[in-house]
Design a protein around this ligand. Structure first.
Ligand code: PLP
Length: 379
């Protein structure tokens, strides 16, 4: 099987599994325990927190562990909106049309809770419109929510520019970096972003663990917890921490930090070779996204006149997704593909290929062969 769905999830790195193993076994202490194995677990948390912070350009005290990017995004959107409305700062939230469902559905619920939500669009390459954000921002805008890299078309957003626009009007910025962390340069400190969400399983860590970056300023004044209990994670996310998961996330972040530049380059070479190989045999394909500015492993390809589902079912030993994995089984076309201007038909003819760490050069020719065989069977 050739695994080409790294945007959906990635396999666990052996080093992360090895780092986690003792915490599933003899090092089982609760980090709140004052005895040796409790302190041992607390030290493991501290170390992982430092590794995650280093990977993002943050301070360890700014990292909150959560169950994944979905929870981080929900905590950010609801925690900020509630706290700032209560403080009288306003009622208006801006989000983009191409966010992950975690943010799309959270924003819809914010609307139900009485918040005023503006959704800004993007251009044909998937780049969110700065002009639309600029027009939407007004007194009473409390939060601007834009992802760093899109999970379907891979486009990377100009987050520092968005932060500058938002901060001029006193709005905070949350950024979903689940796809981007470990793949493209990311520096929350110099960008000035206020909150940022990541997930371990998109960067070769375990599933069910992630983190939310929150600045001290926001923590003190502008965010309310969404999960109540024993006060873990500075009171922002109660519940005994998932110590093995956190250790795995820390290890994955540490390896990503030191190996990102080289790995991303190698993976983008595989992706580019795949795209040009495929174009040579099927000239009618279209590659979506911002080709100058996208995730190194992402390839969103439209095969006009072909149903993406049928194409995928015709190559059982290649793992890739229709437009977006989250849309599998859905009749509605992907909101991202329609936001970049694809018709329903073209959106249903689009597959998402996600190259990653464990792909090798031989996978390129094999993938071109499998995809083109399936295509010509259907065309
Ligand atoms: C995967 C993903 C999420 C959700 O992350 P989980 O850890 O699986 O909850 C959110 N946003 C983006 C962009 C993603 O790719």
């Amino acid at each position: 099987m050739i695994y080409l769905d790294h945007a959906a999830t990635s396999p666990l790195r052996p080093a992360a599994r090895e780092a986690m193993a003792p915490f599933l076994d003899v090092r089982f202490g609760n980090p709140s325990g004052l005895y040796a194995i409790g302190r041992d677990a607390q030290e493991a948390l501290d170390e992982a927190r430092a590794a995650v912070a280093a990977c993002l350009g943050a301070r360890p005290s700014e990292i909150i562990f959560t169950s994944g990017a979905t929870e981080s995004i929900n905590t950010a959107l609801f925690g900020i909106s509630y706290a700032l409305r209560r403080a009288g700062a306003g009622n208006h939230v801006i989000t983009s049309a191409i966010e992950h469902h975690a943010a799309i559905h959270a924003a819809a619920f914010l609307e139900e809770l009485g918040f005023d939500v503006t959704t800004v669009g993007c251009d044909a390459s998937g780049r969110v419109s700065l002009a639309e954000i600029d027009r939407a921002i007004r007194p009473g805008t409390i939060l601007v929510n834009v992802m760093l890299a899109n999970n379907e078309v891979g486009t990377i957003q100009p987050i520092p520019e968005i932060v500058a626009l938002a901060h001029q009007c006193g709005a905070l910025v949350h950024c979903d970096a689940a796809q981007a962390v470990g793949k493209v340069p990311l520096d929350v400190g110099s960008w000035g972003v206020d909150l940022l969400s990541i997930s371990a399983h998109k960067l070769y860590g375990p599933k069910g663990i992630g983190a939310l970056y929150v600045t001290q300023r926001v923590r003190k004044a502008a965010i309310h917890p969404q999960i109540f209990g024993g006060g873990q994670e500075s009171g922002l996310r109660s519940g005994t921490q998932n110590v093995p998961g956190i250790v795995g996330l820390g290890e994955a972040c540490e390896i990503a930090r030191v190996s990102m530049a080289e790995e991303s380059w190698r993976i983008s070479q595989l992706r580019d070779a795949f795209e040009s190989g495929l174009r040579a045999v099927i000239p009618g394909i279209h590659v979506n996204g911002d080709l100058e500015n996208r995730l190194p492993g992402n390839s969103s390809i439209t095969f006009p006149e072909i149903e993406a589902d049928a194409l995928i079912l015709n190559m059982p030993d290649v793992a890739l997704s229709v437009g977006s994995a989250c849309h599998s089984g859905a009749i509605e076309p992907s909101h991202v593909l329609t936001a970049i201007g694809l018709s329903r038909d073209l959106a249903h003819s689009t597959v998402r290929v996600g190259w990653g760490r464990f792909n090798v050069e031989d996978d390129v020719a094999a993938a071109v062969a499998r995809v083109s065989e399936a295509y010509f069977r259907l065309a």
